[in-house]
Design a protein around this ligand. Sequence first.
Ligand SMILES: [Fe+2]
Ligand SMILES: [Fe+2]
Length: 439
Amino acid sequence: MSQTPAFLSNAQSRARWMRNDVAHLLKRFFFCERSLLVTAAAWIPAVGPLETKIGLARFIWQGAETAHALRDRVFELRFPNRILEEQGTDHTLIALFNSVKDSPSVPAFLLSIGKVLLPALRDAYQEYFGASDTIADGPTHRFLALALSEKVEQIAAFERWADSALSQNSEWREDALSWMRTVADRLSDVGGVGVGPAPSVSTAWGALPGAKTFVIPDRPARDPRFWPCRFYWPDVVDPTYPYGEGLQLQIRSAISHLNDVWAIETGGVILYSFADVLPWEWIHNSARWTYDEARHCQMGYQRLMSWGFEPAEIPLGTYIYESASGEDPIYRLGMLYFFETKNIRHKPARAQLFHDYGDAVSEHDMDFDWADETIHAGYGRHWLKELLVVRGQDPNAHERVREHCDKLVSDYVSTATPEEVAGIKRIAGAIMTKAARRS
Ligand SMILES: [Fe+2]
Ligand SMILES: [Fe+2]
């Protein structure tokens, strides 16, 4: 007589991964997302096309939201907190992700992320769906499905931007393609992203062949379609030039919004600069901050285009970004905070004026912008204080940082040449003449 088994078993594959296995994988994904978004943030000033700057800002925000959800989920799985501060056995993989920051050129950066690292992460998420348990791990499935669809969109955009960058800089083609192959080979050497166990032995790799040590650009790249300048409206360099009302206020506000391009770049630079100094919440907040500034920039661009202007007629400046170049990056954080708090009080009144003019789009944009800026002023105050604390300084010194930013900007504005002042007055005059004809 056969003996009855003492235990039940079943053939279901649901138990393929135990709680700790899942936590390890999600932690790996967290570090991949974190690395990609920090690198993308650092590169925002170096890319020229406005569409790419705005798109990168949006993708780093998506990455930060995914990373945030991954991090929370790892904690839910009762993973010891301190372990989430280290990459552990995925160290070699994450070191490879981080090394893309030292890409030798814009096309090399776009290709290595768009053709290698993002597809590897997309494939890993797909594998994860195929193998994880929809019951026990349901909460992960919800946000990872969104992350997967965003990866598909990100890959398509990076490919498009890389093609366009290569078509304008064909001399970089060979180097960029060879960099992409180097990253792909090294990724394969370290075992890819995947959902398998991390290699038991971590290898210490040197810099990738062809790498160029990343430095924050002193001058931001600008979309060549626009009228290039440092000072983007006459009132910046001439205090007697009025900000204006009516038609002039409609134009001035749209020009201001478009020129929030400096704030996208500054958001990216500070996210990167303090990523390893401040806690995770810093990256989460500054990614959102950078994305919000990209939305403001897009608002201005769309309003100007819808009024019939050509990019070549529109000034796109650099002065606020350049005012803080060569300074401690705390002054870039200070610069964002300084401008948020300087302008926020005017916004509700301007939204009301646009309402009175019957300009619903300007009113709408200004009203949303005002809500964003209120969040940003809070970020600025909070993180300036936190950064001073981390540096062992008095957190109340944040007002001094702000005051120094005011001085940096006025010193920089004082370098405007008579030709620049005349040039921006001519451009502004031409815009107002065209606007008056169209109104
Ligand atoms: Fe803004
Ligand atoms: Fe802002």
